[in-house]
Write a protein that binds this ligand. Structure first.
Ligand SMILES: Cc1cc2nc3c(=O)[nH]c(=O)nc-3n(C[C@H](O)[C@H](O)[C@H](O)COP(=O)(O)O)c2cc1C
Length: 204
């Protein structure tokens, strides 16, 4: 089983990294293959809406989105950590995810997804909701925890003092592993029935 951990923070040793590290520790104890991708420090621009990906399966912008697409295709679970900026996920991680989820063809239905919001003080639940939008439009299975997946800290390292936040991260990792195992078992027995094809624009 493969889990992809995305760090959306430009601070490579900040609180988002700390939260993801707490998740990673449990995943590794559970024998899961973990890969961490740091994207928040990269100059990632937003989608151009050019349609290039419809024809080629690749984004027209030659950057980390194309370079890391295979990691998304292969992952059984995708966990995205974002710092909260103005009560939202930060712009870089949103640009990365919007382009990745739009341009990638994958078996999303059998993947697990989880978002983690990291803030000094406020805006975690709106950020958490934003991150979940990526998973829920793709039929993914959202893993939850013993609280909404958030942790608090301002200066790098401060989140280590949020004991409940850390516990939420560890419990999230347990839930992700449980869900991945359950999905693998069920997929082997009865694949998911899913209709496709309807694409209705609301024009009269
Ligand atoms: C541009 C910017 C906007 C921010 N907006 C918020 C906010 O709305 N709410 C909040 O609690 N913290 C806010 N913060 C603080 C960060 O969320 C906080 O420092 C967090 O720990 C950063 O995670 P990191 O260490 O992984 O980068 C903001 C920080 C920056 C740089």
């Amino acid at each position: 089983m493969k889990v992809l951990l995305i760090n959306g923070s430009p601070r490579l040793k900040g609180n988002t990294a700390l939260a993801l590290e707490e998740v990673k520790k449990i995943l590794e104890v559970e024998g899961v293959d973990v890969k961490v991708l740091n994207v928040g420090h990269l100059p990632i621009r937003g989608c151009l809406a050019c349609g290039h990906c419809h024809k080629t399966g690749q984004c027209a912008i030659p950057d980390v989105v194309n370079e890391t697409r295979q990691d998304f295709i292969e992952a059984d679970a995708i966990i995205v950590g974002s710092p909260v900026y103005f009560a939202m996920a930060n712009g870089t991680v949103l640009s990365y995810l919007q382009r990745m989820f739009y341009s990638t063809k994958a078996d999303w239905n059998h993947k697990v997804g989880a978002g983690i919001a990291v803030a000094r003080r406020a805006g975690t639940v709106s950020t958490f909701d934003q991150l979940n939008k990526f998973f829920s439009i793709k039929g993914m299975n959202i893993a939850t925890s013993t609280y909404w997946n958030d942790i608090f800290g301002g200066a790098p390292g401060e989140a280590s003092q949020d004991e409940e936040g850390l516990q939420t991260m560890r419990n999230l990792a347990h839930h992700v592993v449980f869900l991945m195992k359950a999905i693998a078992k069920q997929k082997a027995e009865t694949p998911l029935a899913n209709e496709g094809g309807a694409h209705t624009n609301f024009i009269r």
